[in-house]
Design a protein around this ligand. Structure first.
Ligand code: NAD
Length: 379
């Protein structure tokens, strides 16, 4: 069984899909591990480190996938990158399938089986494979660090002989995994933290972290959670009431971090231009949803926009800004999933298409797109 680890082609991607630690585990599963030259360098891992763990380094991009049974990557590979893989090989990465059905159809054409790690069900068995959580946790932390770097003042209250520096007021919008970590991090830095979400369950979580919960708590709010634990898209009426409350609150904030997402939908717009204009110059907005359309009206993907002295930060791939940590966790998520796809006695790939993890994440099989949500693009 040959397992290949691709080098990422996106210039904004510093993560890598395997670490020396996971290479050792893959070797333990009886695999030959081939790592593309330089794949780990932006995560602080040298080719020599992979070799010491038992991997072979392949320098020719066109050869890396050849005769592979498993291909591991961070982002969805191109067809050229997986060219030559065995029929039925498992290609595992963050596939970003929504709106990319045509790309999925091309991958299907290679007769490999593509798996989207971000579609992993959030059940107990799959917690160790949950890339959304492992990466969002780091993004939430990094968002606060980025905000503190952009903010020209201190976060904690400081009482000095020369006078008192007030504590920063930090408002977190969206209290999922990233938002919870942002609250915890901002609290650790001494900020006064408030947070909002449309899911009622988050109120207690916010308060348990020592922050204050801000939301319109009407009947719609009380039912605003899907059985999967995700947010529902709220009615126009609710959004208007929430916007009014948020507008008066935002004007008093120094830092706003937005993390609100709805699976498979564009990010909800939560911060309008008028709200940005109500903030004091020197305030900072971090939009963690910028890649999915953004929560902040003026945010631009990959840019720091300054509007009336307010900085609106739209960094891409925020987890990747902590590439070494993000890679270490992502690689562990991958290997935990891969272990379920391998027959450990025969040391071969043995995908059980009836397994709920496989059903939830499997996008392509035998030349077709097989996932119910994305079948429209099958070739
Ligand atoms: P997410 O990234 O999909 O969204 C981030 C947050 O934005 C969510 O809390 C969502 O409710 C919120 N949001 C959406 N629209 C909003 C709006 N208009 N205004 C304010 N907030 C809005 O969320 P996530 O981090 O993936 O977490 C989603 C849920 O899954 C949470 O309940 C989380 O605890 C749960 N979860 C479960 C497991 C598990 O059981 N293994 C693992 C991780 C997360």
């Amino acid at each position: 069984m040959r397992i290949s680890v691709l080098s990422e082609t996106d210039p904004n991607e510093g993560r890598v899909a395997a670490t020396p630690e996971t290479v050792k585990k893959l070797k333990g599963l009886g695999a030959d591990v081939v790592v593309q030259k330089g794949a780990g360098i932006r995560s602080g891992i040298l080719d020599a480190d992979y070799e010491a763990a038992g991997a072979t380094i392949e320098g020719t991009a066109s050869k890396i996938a050849a005769k592979s049974d498993v291909i591991l990557a961070v982002r969805r590979p191109t067809v050229a990158q997986i060219d030559g893989a065995n029929v039925g090989a498992a290609v595992i990465s963050i596939m970003d399938p929504y709106g990319n059905e045509a790309e999925l159809a091309k991958i299907a054409g290679t007769k490999t089986s593509a798996f989207a790690m971000e579609l992993m069900p959030r059940i107990t068995r799959a917690q160790v494979m949950d890339v959304l959580s492992s990466q969002a946790n780091l993004a939430g932390y990094r968002a606060v660090i980025d905000a503190s770097a952009e903010y020209g003042r201190a976060f904690p209250m400081m009482m000095t002989a020369a006078g008192t520096v007030p504590a920063a007021r930090v408002f977190i919008m969206g209290v999922g995994v990233a938002g919870l970590q942002a609250i915890a991090t901002a609290r650790r830095l001494g900020a006064i933290v408030t947070a909002t979400d449309v899911r009622p369950a988050t109120k207690e979580q916010v308060e348990s972290l020592g922050a204050k919960f801000i939301a319109v708590e009407d009947d719609e709010f009380k039912q605003a959670e899907t059985s999967g634990g995700y947010a529902k898209e709220m009615s126009k009426e609710y959004q208007a009431k929430q916007a009014e409350l948020v507008a008066s609150h935002i004007a008093k904030q120094d830092v706003v971090i937005t993390t609100a997402l709805i699976p498979g939908r564009p990010a909800p717009k939560l911060v309008t231009k008028a709200m940005v204009e109500s903030m004091k110059p020197g305030s900072v907005l971090i939009d963690l949803a910028v890649e999915r359309g953004g929560n902040v009206e003026l945010a631009k993907a990959g840019e720091v926009v300054i509007h009336n002295g307010v900085k609106i930060v739209g960094h891409l791939n925020v987890a990747g800004r902590l590439a070494a940590s993000a890679s270490a966790l992502y690689a562990k998520n991958l290997i935990a999933f891969l272990e379920t796809l391998i027959d450990k006695e025969k040391k071969t790939l043995a995908i059980n298409w009836d397994d709920e993890l496989v059903k939830a994440t499997g996008l392509t099989r035998d030349g077709a797109v097989v996932h119910d949500q994305f079948k429209g693009g099958s070739s």
